[in-house]
Ligand binder design. Structure first.
Ligand code: GAR
Length: 211
């Protein structure tokens, strides 16, 4: 059974969706860089071990990353899932998890990397928005996209309404992709050749919002 470590910083609704999904892998630990993250309470309520590693305790990013790495090795993680983890990890760290670390980002990548994606969508007048699950590479929000949740932006949408709708899509696509990984439907080859169910995955699988 695949052992999954989930890294969080905040509310943890994606963590909850993974817990509720009855994955064929096991969530062996939840790690937060913030002691106040509500995600930690969700993990504890589900009986999952937690660990807090506060980035402010470390002068150098490399030491913070090494501490995370040590915990992941202790948990014997096969897969690292970033679920609202709001620290940028060093290239050295990321390289150790090539093909074994996933992130979810609240935009239709490659559009709107970085922060404040809902505001950027409104500002740009985009007609579509959504979220993307992708493999993590050293370049921020740039690893191969695996699945996207897609919605049509309505005239009266606000940042809050978009955030709510995007979250709902996230809770569908993240467990779906993690399950692909756990049951070995998703196979990563170096140089970013990814296969889903033995077929090359050249474009992310898109799931549309249902009314
Ligand atoms: C999610 O919307 C996720 O896409 C975003 O943080 C939120 C976490 O929500 N991640 C990023 O912005 C990463 N760059 P959650 O704590 O309720 O799962």
């Amino acid at each position: 059974m695949m052992k999954i470590a989930v890294l969080v910083s905040g509310h943890g609704s994606n963590l909850q969706a993974l817990i509720d999904a009855n994955l064929s892998g096991q969530i062996v630990g939840v790690l937060s860089n913030k002691p106040s993250a509500y995600a930690l309470q969700r993990a504890q309520a589900a009986g999952i071990p937690t660990r807090v590693i506060e980035h402010s305790d470390y002068v150098h990013r490399a030491e913070f990353d090494q501490e995370i790495q040590a915990q992941l090795l202790e948990w014997q993680a096969d897969l690292v899932v970033l679920a609202g983890f709001m620290r940028i990890l060093s290239p050295e760290f990321v390289m150790q998890w090539e093909g074994k670390m996933l992130n979810i980002h609240p935009s239709l990548l490659p559009k709107h990397k970085g922060m404040h994606t809902h505001a950027k969508v409104i500002e740009a007048g985009d007609t579509q928005h959504g979220c993307t699950v992708h493999f993590v590479t050293a370049q921020l929000d740039s690893g191969q996209s695996l699945a996207q949740g897609v919605l049509d932006v309505q005239k009266n949408d606000t940042q809050d309404s978009l955030a709510r709708r995007v979250h709902q899509l996230e809770h569908i696509i993240y467990p779906m992709v993690v399950e692909w990984f756990c049951n070995k439907d998703l196979i990563y080859h170096p140089k970013e050749h990814v296969q889903l169910k033995k077929q090359p995955l050249n474009h992310p699988i898109q799931i549309y919002e249902t009314a």
